[in-house]
Design a protein around this ligand. Sequence first.
Ligand code: SME
Length: 155
Amino acid sequence: MAETLKIAEGGKAERYALLYEQAVSLLRGEADEVARMANLAAMIHFTFGFFWTGFYRVEGEELVLGPFQGPLACMRIRYGRGVCGSAWKEAKTLVVKDVEQFPGHIACSSLSRSEIVVPWWREGKIRGVLDIDSESLATFDEVDAEWLERIVAIL
Ligand code: SME
């Protein structure tokens, strides 16, 4: 496990590429969705040292907290609310450079400064989202969006 979580040398894209390969190999053979989400959240979180990394799952009209790494978080988010609910409603990845500039952002922690939310698709429907928060402004960009979409698709 320590090896799986080791931080790769190189730039962000290279680190994501290695993380992707490790995730494919780690999750192969495990069918349980919660187990898969839990280890995927841990791998992403500890590879990059983010502030909060985790999943919310679609349950009716709400997102319900799933496996995560980091401080306590809101347990339920309504459709269209906050960054997570907006990514679900708009059915696309949202990159927020400064959460204070995002109308309706849900502040689970005042330490969170920027955020990315990636929808998790299964059979043409959004089943949940991956949410990652950073303590720094403008942590996430198109490279994160592209790789995290690929990584979430492993689920
Ligand atoms: N900031 C998110 C809420 C989830 S937590 O940050 C873990 C949002 O606005 O949807």
